[in-house]
Design a protein around this ligand. Sequence first.
Ligand SMILES: Cc1ncc(COP(=O)(O)O)c(C=O)c1O
Length: 406
Amino acid sequence: MTDYRVPLAYNTLGDAEMAAAHEVLESGRLTQGARVARFEREFADWHGAKHAIFVNSGSSANLVGIEALVQLSRLRPDLVPSGRPCAPGDEVVIQGLNWPSTLKPLMNLGLKPVFCDIDPASLNASVETLAAAVTERTRMVIAVPVLGNPTHVAELADYCAANDLLLFEDACESMGAVTTGGARIGTLGSASAFSFYFSHHLTTIEGGMILTDSDELADMAYALRAHGWSRNLQLDGFLDFDSGEESGAIDPRFCFVLPGYNVRSTDLNAALGSVQLTRLADMVDARRTVAQGRIDALNGTAVRVPGANIIDRHSWMTTPLLFPDRDARDRGRDALEADGVETRPIIVGNVLRHPLARMLGLADHQRPLPECDGVFKRGLMIGLNPQPDAGDEAFLHEALRRSAGA
Ligand SMILES: Cc1ncc(COP(=O)(O)O)c(C=O)c1O
């Protein structure tokens, strides 16, 4: 447990989640089974999507979801919206303010990450910042709506459709956010990834989900999730390649259709997710109320809260803060920490500023990202309790004003 009065993460698992976990443990059916299938159905329905595939983390959801989309484009370009394969050496544009594990599937597939800048008002890529990084070799875009902010994602989807580019959403931070047109984040690309890590909108302790309307992409993801096994496949014939003369000797219960991973989760984690999903809408409402109180508290100071202009469609995973300069940020951070408020950077700031950028020439030939650098140097974020305590929030408002020098 943390000693902070306002920590970065809060435990939202209550009596109903404990009871559901007990029931699974007592049933003796613990590995991936009926509870996982039920949580997947509920999650897909909540988003109005066709398929949801439960995995053991948001990083795994990106790993499997991105690979499923890229492999599908290579195997059957006619089945992806861009109509063309995403081949080794092709470029994928992603904003520089991202989570590093999202880059790994691109590198595994021989794709080149190209980093674009962000719009500082939302911390998301806009059509303008994306278009500046698109070249002849671009085949895919990864949208990363930051900390619950849905801004620009619908416009990025329109841009991708008009330019024959694949769109994958890394929606790990933005469950429950809604675009101006009323679409839920995670339903705009060919597929998307969610994270159920402890501090996120819905938690299974660790966990993640891939969401898609494509039957073929779902089958590819089912196989990639579990060893490349044919179990769970829903389409007849799609991944049934002829394996040659001894194919008759294969036990159909132990048939492997592609080289896969094992990133399954368990019925225990899914049971937690099912209960959390029934509470999600209320928790997102509470997040919006808490965020508004903090925005009001900082009103008139030099500290800005990106996303303050769209409070009602935002799902506010945490509260991001942008200070006027690095010294003010460092002073603000020290003041908050001294007051018992835990702080951290906004995601990673600019991924190109981290040692990982030196790996495999990842930083070579990338454009400057001044707005990502602004977040790197001037940003920090604090946790947000979706079951708020009025006393702690009032205390925090004072601490926030002190951190802003007010
Ligand atoms: C944008 C983004 N993508 C991916 C992830 C990875 O999710 P996980 O921690 O569940 O692996 C995170 C983690 O918070 C994230 O913020």
